[in-house]
Design a protein around this ligand. Structure first.
Ligand SMILES: NC(=O)C1=CN([C@@H]2O[C@H](COP(=O)(O)OP(=O)(O)OC[C@H]3O[C@@H](n4cnc5c(N)ncnc54)[C@H](OP(=O)(O)O)[C@@H]3O)[C@@H](O)[C@H]2O)C=CC1
Ligand SMILES: O=C(O)C1=N[C@H](C(=O)O)C[C@H](O)C1
Length: 242
């Protein structure tokens, strides 16, 4: 039985993950929230699962390294410096970072990469996401993950082509860019659509999350896959074999 520790255990995802751990018959090593010490939890866990806040990331990675335990990071709103910290940690322990742990979204990313590769640059790419009113970051981690997949398909760097929201006299759309738009409201668990728009035709690929259970089950699957892995940075595609 694998002992799984949750960082952000009192949150919406933390609670859903605790349920998924119980459903899977594994052991909940414990949980921490804001202002609580991660070190004892890390020492008591075989794998840490972090769904908390970007501000907690550095301390969480330090605790995982000190205890020598792998960590799955589901927290979104990460910036370039957070990804740098993850790369550094991955030299010492196994780290899995993903903006979305569900099978459906990771399959969508696979399809988006293929479509972006095969459709020319005259097909504009726009990504729209809708989430519940409590979500604090935009674009969602999933929208960025899908944007990365599209950029990979086109063999460009996302940071060079991303347009994160439009307002005012923006000018005509620049060819080759990848646009993002975010809606917030109600209790939406997470909707994402990647639009490919050409002259006279459009292709739209969508995923709808009906509840958080899909993310929680994916997180537990990813954490169990991570247990005992050598140091390195991993993603859900490896877990899901996509
Ligand atoms: N990768 C994926 O598949 C998914 C990722 N997410 C991401 O997971 C994260 C959490 O989402 P959600 O559960 O909805 O958010 P919540 O706000 O409901 O939960 C976050 C939890 O983390 C705690 N927390 C905040 N700061 C710290 C800290 N410094 N150290 C430890 N715990 C802390 C919060 O405590 P307090 O309330 O006291 O602040 C809260 O219990 C978000 O970034 C979200 O985007 C969500 C769904 C799926
Ligand atoms: O905050 C959420 O709720 C979600 N966050 C993740 C994201 O930012 O993409 C995953 C999911 O869409 C729900």
């Amino acid at each position: 039985m694998t002992r799984l520790g949750i960082i952000g255990s009192g949150g919406r995802m933390g609670r859903a993950i605790a349920q998924a751990i119980a459903d899977a018959g594994h052991e909940l090593a414990g949980g921490v929230d804001r202002d609580e010490d991660v070190a004892p939890l890390a020492a008591a866990s075989d794998v840490l699962i972090d769904f908390s806040s970007p501000s907690a990331l550095e301390g969480n990675l330090d605790a995982a390294i000190a205890a020598g335990v792998p960590i799955l990071i589901g927290t979104t709103g990460l910036e370039e410096r957070h990804h740098w910290l993850i790369d550094q940690a991955a030299d010492k322990i196994a780290v899995l970072q993903t903006g979305n742990t569900s099978l459906g979204v990771n399959m969508l990313a696979f399809l988006v990469e293929e479509a972006a590769k095969r459709l020319g640059e005259d097909w504009d790419i726009e990504i729209i996401e809708t989430h519940h009113r409590m979500k604090v970051d935009a674009p969602s981690g999933t929208a960025l993950l899908l944007g990365e997949a599209a950029a990979r398909g086109r063999e460009v760097g996302l940071s060079n082509v991303a347009v994160r929201g439009r307002d005012g006299i923006t000018g005509a759309r620049e060819s080759g860019t990848i646009g993002f738009a975010a809606l917030r409201g109600g209790s939406v668990a997470g909707d994402h659509t990647v639009h490919f728009l050409a002259d006279n035709e459009r292709l739209s690929l969508s995923h709808i999350a009906e509840n958080r259970g899909i993310f929680a089950r994916g997180a537990v699957k990813g954490a169990l896959w991570l247990a005992g892995r050598p140091a390195g940075r991993y993603g859900m595609r490896e877990v899901l074999g996509l």
